[in-house]
Each structure stands twice: as C-alpha cells, then as structure tokens.
Design a protein around this ligand. Structure first.
Ligand code: IPD
Length: 310
C-alpha cells in the first residue's frame, strides 16, 4: 500500500546513508593505500571489485533481512559469487552496493549505492545515493521522484551536513517534455567493462554517429560517460542529461533508476530481445541493453543509436 511504501522508503533512505558512509570510508582508504589485494578483478582486468563492494552488500542484506525478513534479495556481489535466487512475485530488493566501482577506486566522485524494490515483478521503489556529492535520489511508483541535496546546517567547518529538502524531479519542468531531437541533446553512453569487440564497436559507432559523422550522424551537443549506470538514470530524471544509452547493464544497475526516471516522466526501454515495459522478468536479469530518455516519448532519431525498440 502507499503507506507501506512510504515506510519502506524511510528505511531505504536511512540504509543508503549508512552504506554511503562506508563507501566514502572505503574510497578514501583505497586511495590512501592502493595496494595488492585492495582491488580485485571479475570477468576481466577492468571489471573491478573491492572488499568494500562485498562489505556494503553484507551491511545492506543484513539490515533488510532484519527489518523485512520475508523480502527476497538480489545483489550484484552475491549474484557474481553464485547466489542467484529465482525472481518471484514476492517483494525483492535488487541492489548494487557500489555502482561505479571504477570511479570509487579512482576517487572520481560519481559512485553510488543503488537500492531498488521490485514487487509483483514491477520496480516500485528506488533510492540512489552518491555520498561523494551527497545527492540522494528517491522514487516511489505513483508518488513521484525527488532529489535531496546536501545542506549545511551551519556555516562553520564543524557543522554536520544533512540531506536537505527534497526537490521534485525533473528540476526544470521543460525537462519533463518529450525530447524534440537528438541534435542539441546531452547524451550519456557508457563504455562499461565488457571489452568484447562487438559491444565496443557498437558503442564507438554510436559515439561517432552522435558527433555528426556522415551519412546518418546527428550532432548532439555533447556526449558523457559518467561511469555509473544508476547515476545516469538519476541524471536523466533530474533533467541534467537528455538521454542515456548503454549495452551492458544488469538489473541491479537499473532497478532503482527505472522508478526514479519513470516517475520523473522519463521513458525507459530495453532492447528488442529483452524489452522493458515496466515488468521485470528473468530475462531482465540478464538483459543488458537500456535506453532512458527524458520526457514521455522517444524521438524519431533513435536509429542514430544502436537501439532497437519493440
Ligand atoms: C557498472 C557501471 C558502469 C556501466 C556498467 C555497470 P559497477 O556497474 O554502472 O558505468 O557502464 O554497465 O555494470 O560494475 O560499477 O557496479
């Protein structure tokens, strides 16, 4: 019910902030003492994992189990190490403990925790928190999405900062209108960690076409690779990005972002073989291609990107 969701939202925000403190501690520790063993590799040398990804996931999983023992849990790190619970109709938290692990390791301040809740296979609640900038994004199905930014309670250096007054997304009403054209848009395309030739070629082709390459190029204002799928969704919801497209996402990267972007009036879709129409299926867990656009409808120029719509 709406009241239950608001209660779960309060719990999830507190949890995101606790996790955020651990993420900051970890990032600073790794930058102070980068050493053998502090950063591990998963499928290849650029798919990074740290002891903090695992620690943050443990913290989150334990707190959820204590507060909501009947909820199921899907997390990036436990999934990677083989714990793959089947997706059911039951409430399921879908969590990326540190989205943007490469940024986290390098101290590039765009990494976050992404906490999504799926109910009856529909993402219904999302919280994305970037502790480096103290930007906290929330979304609840049917109740809108918001950005809570950092506020200093006093101007002294000893002040404790808090997460401040929520602002409804998109921040500017014009960002809620359909994107008229890709020309003039600010578009995120991520490189990701999959260095197989095919996805890299598709991404490079998209970069090239969006910079205006003939014969079918479109001149976007510019392209960005922020390094975190969840933050790209949040930035589209905010209206700071017009569009985000990627091959290579997992459900934990996008679950919270789907709610936040859709509640801000954004349009989210998957690829032709793994469409996303708001319902999460097993295929979504392994479907890797997503497009999110500000405004309610897509544009006719999406063929400039390697995106196939249903
Ligand atoms: C990755 C980041 C990256 C995106 C990948 C994600 P991780 O998540 O969001 O920007 O390109 O698709 O898997 O590995 O940092 O949790």
């Amino acid at each position: 019910s709406p009241t239950e969701l608001q209660e779960i939202l309060g719990f999830t925000i507190d949890l995101a902030r606790k996790a955020g403190a651990l993420i900051l501690e970890g990032s600073y520790a790794i930058q102070r003492a980068p050493g053998p063993g502090s950063v591990g590799e998963k499928k290849n040398a650029v798919d990074l994992v740290t002891e903090y990804d695992v620690k943050v996931e443990e913290l989150v999983r334990n707190e959820i189990a204590r507060a909501y023992p009947h909820f199921h849990f899907i997390g990036e790190e436990s999934y990677s190490s083989g714990t793959r619970p089947p997706l059911t109709d039951s409430p399921t938290f879908c969590v990326d403990p540190i989205d943007g692990t490469t940024n986290f390791v390098h101290g590039f301040p765009y990494a976050c925790i992404s906490l999504g809740l799926i109910d009856q296979r529909v993402p219904v609640l999302g919280v994305i928190y970037n502790p480096f900038l103290e930007h906290l994004y929330t979304g609840v199905r049917g109740a809108g999405s918001f950005l809570h930014t950092h506020t200093d309670t006093t101007s002294t250096s000893t002040s404790t900062s808090t997460i401040g007054v929520p602002q409804r997304l998109p921040l500017a009403p014009a960002s809620g209108r359909p994107l008229p054209a890709l020309a003039g848009a600010l578009i995120a395309v991520e490189w990701g960690s999959d260095r197989a030739q095919d996805p890299i070629r598709r991404k490079a082709d998209s970069f090239s076409r969006l910079s205006g390459a003939p014969p079918h190029g479109v001149m976007a204002h510019s392209l960005r690779s922020v390094g975190s799928a969840a933050l790209n969704f949040a930035l589209v919801a905010q209206g700071a990005l017009d569009m985000y497209w990627e091959i290579g996402c997992w459900s934990w990267d996008v679950c919270a972002g789907i709610v936040i972007a859709q509640e801000a009036g954004g349009f989210v879709t998957g690829s032709k073989d793994v469409p996303h129409d708001g319902v999460v299926t097993e295929a979504i867990l392994t479907g890797r291609r997503y497009l999110v656009i500000r405004g309610v409808a897509g544009t006719s120029e999406e063929s400039s990107l390697d995106v196939q719509k249903r």
